[in-house]
Design a binder for this molecule. Sequence first.
Ligand SMILES: [Zn+2]
Length: 614
Amino acid sequence: MIDFATSSAANVSWDLSELFVAPDDPRIEATLDRLNLDADEFVRAYRAKFAASRGPSATALCEALHRYEALQEVCARLGYFASLSYAADTTSDQNRHLAQHIEEALTSVRNKLLFFDLAWLALPDVSATRLINSPKLEAYKNYLKCARDMKPHTLSEPVEQVINDKDLTGLNAWSKLHTEYLAGLKFEVTQGGITKLLSQSEILVLMRHPDRSVRKHAHEVFFGTIKKHSQILTFIYDTRFQDHLVNMRLRQYTSPMQERHIANSVQPAAVDAMMLAVERNMPLAHRYFNLKARLLGLPKLEIYDQYAPVLEIKEKISYTDAGARIIQAMHKFSPEFANITQQFFEQSWIDADPRPGKRGGAFCAGVTPSVHPFILMSYNDDLRDVMTLAHELGHGLHDRLASEQTLLNYYPSLPIAETASVFAEMLTFEELLSGMSSDKNRLALLCAKIEDSFATVFRQTVLTRFEQLAYAARGEGRLTTERICDLWLHANAPYYGDSVSMTPGYEAGWSYIPHLINTPFYCYAYSFGQLLVLALYGMYRRVGAETFVPRYRALLAAGGSKTPAEIVAGIGMNIDDPDFWQVGFDELARFVGDAERLSGTVTAAASQPDAAHP
Ligand SMILES: [Zn+2]
């Protein structure tokens, strides 16, 4: 039977009043007016100075960067208030209008400020190098250097302004349509004579139900419903892909991934080496899927079995318990980390209530160094939700530690952005594992951890391969639903191999993944982050907390002030070494080996009653 019980996180919602009190707060308009005046003043103060042939002095540039950060700070407060309100309830007209209004207003401000970025790019190399190396600008060195990497791909100021304006009704509108359309879909699930209309996040939970018939039904309903909307979903994806290709042509990128690599400050060779390492290790995934089929008593897994709970343990963890366990895990690692994490619960920085109309998925929004982060997720009392909560709290911790940076150095680049989140999951996992009373429960938890790591390492690389295929195909012409489905299955085939059947319906698995629409090639950063964390965790186990914690803290506190390679080098690792990636797989193989060993004892003792869970 499907359990329609309400979540223990019902009514756990965030308090955004630190930003603004409501979508109709009059301070919003007042702040926008002030921002526009300040932006005009900034233009008057610096446009001429930067147009001079030798460029500004280091002192003038430093002062300008401070003022630029102050303006960006206000933009971030307005932008985040609108987008967070919208994420919390995408069905509210008021939120929708505010999001649209703020987006338009901020685009107009950004267009005013655009000259500043462009003037920096227009400086001759000799002047730019002089400024980058000036001791007065030491704090902005990485920012200035990375910005110059965009020079060959940046267009003239009027063209950039037109692109910004047209994106409002173009790219951004398509993204929003994708979000709203999926948030509005209802999935009609019937079980035991009861029929209910579920949201996307609610039905996806059923794909992890212990009862196979429930999972199968959820799979059929979910993909059956999605496929009814394939015309519009295909149109959105096709348009998105083509938009990206047009962008690539106009900005003279050599590949659809180049823009993301530059934004991530990583070398393409490092990403290629990582993806090849992931694919080389796919037999490890097959080995685990075969074990799981055995544990579930099935000849072979169907796609809807891949996240079934092993051994039918329906462990429910309340939201309050989850928070306590995560804080406990953090405390064993570092009391400072635990204290920071605790604040999220005490001060209503988390929205965990799984209500309809709320955006799907989970995120942590690090607003600015002067404002604390906000976390959104839908907590449904599953073990997996504990991990999602730990993940987002890891992001939150990272943001808090990086708040010693100024705004332009605050946001970590994507490959580093997933480090603290995944590391927090590892700590939480070890904490939960140590509290398990039997091999049976330990095995169940270990399997959940392996599956989660696989979803991050293998699946995100699959998604990246899918994007590569889709962009190549779109280059040849308009994409049909059938074509995208084929590419999707093709990209997934090496991961599932002969061990998991890609059940009919799954070919539409691409249609609801926000990253594919919102940020092309975002996903490889997940594989990158997970493998990096597995390597870091291995180091932590080897050298102990006393040596490791200060180094790790420094890694997080660096925020976005250095490139990923520099940040990781600070802890003694080299991501440009192709062999580096194998370290993480050795840790994963250890997990799979442990699961295999435990499955032997658990299978042998299966007829014995479980003392902890009679
Ligand atoms: Zn994350």
